[in-house]
Structure formats: C-alpha cells, structure tokens
Design a protein around this ligand. Structure first.
Ligand code: NDP
Length: 246
C-alpha cells in the first residue's frame, strides 16, 4: 500500500504549476485532495478531472486569513481530517530595488510569507490534536542564494526556510516538516514578473534561458516527502536542473 493512499492533503496554489501537478499525482496514489487558489474555474476543471469524490476546492486568497481557515475547515468537514499541507501558493514579481515596485514587494510578503503562515495556523492545532501531520513548505533556491532582482523574493523565500525550521523545532516528535527549495521549473511563475528592465535582464543572460525542467520533477519530490513514514521527515530537499549554476 502506498504511504499516500487514504491521506487527505491540502494544497494551496493548486490552479497551476507545482500545485496542480502535485494534486494529480496525489490522487493517482489514492489520496484525497483539498485545493485552494484564486482561479476558481481552474480548480473546478481540475476537480472534475480528478473526480469530485477525490478532489474538492474552495476559491481561496491565501492573503486572507479567514479564507485560508475556511479552506482547511472545508477539508476537515468533507473528509474528516487533514493529514498533510502542501504550502505552495506563491508569486515571483522580480525587480531591481531601484525600480521601487513597492506594491509588488507588499504582495510578495503577503502571499509568500503571510500566506504560508496562515495555512500553517489553519491546520496546526488540528494536526497536533490528532498526534500527527505533515507540513511541506515550498521555498526556492532563491531562499538560499540571490541573483540581481531577487532581493525581496529571496527575502520571502529565506523566510519560508526559517519558518520551516522553527516549525520543525517547535513540533518535534509530532509533525513531519519539510522545506523544498526548487530551482527553475516549467510553471506559470515567470508571468508574475512585470518589470520590463528585469525581463530584459533575464532574457539577456544566457544562464537564465532554456533552463527549466518539467514541474513533475518537483511534484515527485513533494510526494517523496509525503511518503515518509511517521517518525521520520525529509527536512530539506534542494532540486535544481543540472544546468542551473545559481
Ligand atoms: P505558478 O504560477 O504556476 O503557481 C502559483 C500558484 O500560486 C497558482 O496556483 C496561483 O493560483 C497561486 N497563488 C498565487 N497567489 C495566490 C493567492 N494570493 N492566493 C492563493 N493562491 C495564490 O507557479 P509555481 O507552481 O512555480 O509556484 C509554486 C511555488 O513554487 C511558489 O511558492 C513559487 O515561489 C515556488 N517556486 C517555483 C519555482 C519554479 O521554477 N517554478 C522555483 C522555486 C520556487 P491563483 O493565481 O489561481 O490564485
């Protein structure tokens, strides 16, 4: 039997990219999934594809604490529990500090840090009361080192790494905590970059071009973490394309 079979897995940011592919792989392995993101039409199509007995969704903006709590409660009411949280929703509007795109900085802090915290808070007591649970946070290799234009994005992803480690320490013996640090993979994340000078810089540097590998590779890493038996956790996973030198 798969260690994932029968688990109830809450995934934020499930309307595209890693979250969507992870939802598909989880259901293929016999799990139930509870999906959140803002694009309701995408989530509805995905749940129809996966079977509405296996996959449920709620339109959720992770910057809204109440909506994140509602998503978790919806999962618990429907399936009776949440075993695992894949804390994945994120945005990456890279820009140079001199451009002063402070609204985008605010959004990154709200989605990538506060959203991650709200989702942890929404499931933490439920998991502690049940005596077990898994929390898998998605950081980035930008949460380990910087490139020009990644100051704020990296700041949020370093924060995800720190939050994961703090969570691991405080929930020792109870929760399985994982932080995944992906390199460049094929998703819609790049479309969140709006700063023209940043886009021109990325296009002008050969090392950033044609680098990304399929999102399925990260979903497989998430499943590796989800498959760990109680008592053990894969605490950190760094997964890069071999061609990526940063
Ligand atoms: P996508 O853009 O394909 O997916 C991002 C997901 O986050 C979407 O489902 C989007 O849904 C959701 N999201 C964004 N803002 C919000 C919000 N306010 N509330 C709820 N959901 C939101 O990119 P990825 O799959 O690549 O991104 C997933 C995670 O992986 C992110 O945390 C990203 O930082 C991280 N990552 C990605 C890398 C890559 O190379 N792709 C590398 C390193 C890290 P919607 O718009 O419908 O709300």
């Amino acid at each position: 039997m798969s260690c994932i079979e029968g688990k109830v897995i809450l995934i934020t940011g499930a309307s595209s990219g890693f979250g969507m592919v992870t939802a598909k792989q989880c259901v293929e392995h016999g799990a139930k999934v509870v999906l959140g993101a803002r694009r309701e039409d995408r989530l509805s199509d995905l749940c129809n594809e996966l079977g509405n007995e296996n996959a449920i969704f709620k339109a959720t903006d992770v910057t809204n604490k109440q909506q994140v709590n509602d998503l978790a409660n919806f999962g618990i009411d429907t399936f009776g529990k949440i075993d695992s949280l894949v804390n994945n929703a994120g945005i990456m509007p890279l820009s140079f500090i001199e451009q002063g795109r402070t609204d985008e900085w605010d959004s990154m802090i709200d989605v990538n840090i506060k959203g991650v915290l709200y989702a942890i808070d929404a499931v933490y007591n439920h998991m502690i009361e049940r005596g077990n649970g898994q929390i898998i946070n998605i950081s980035s290799v930008a949460g380990k080192r910087l490139i020009p234009g990644s100051a704020v994005y990296s700041g949020t992803k370093f924060a995800v790494g720190a939050i994961s480690e703090g969570l691991r320490i405080e929930s020792a013996g109870k929760l399985q905590v994982t932080c995944i640090f992906p390199g460049a993979f094929e998703t819609e994340l790049g479309t969140t970059i709006k700063d023209t000078s940043m886009l021109e810089y990325l296009a002008s540097e050969a090392k950033y071009v044609n680098l990304a590998q399929p999102a399925e590779r990260i979903a497989e890493a998430i499943l590796y973490a989800l498959k760990q038996k109680p008592g053990v956790a894969a605490n950190e996973i760094v997964l890069r394309p071999t061609a990526q030198d940063f």
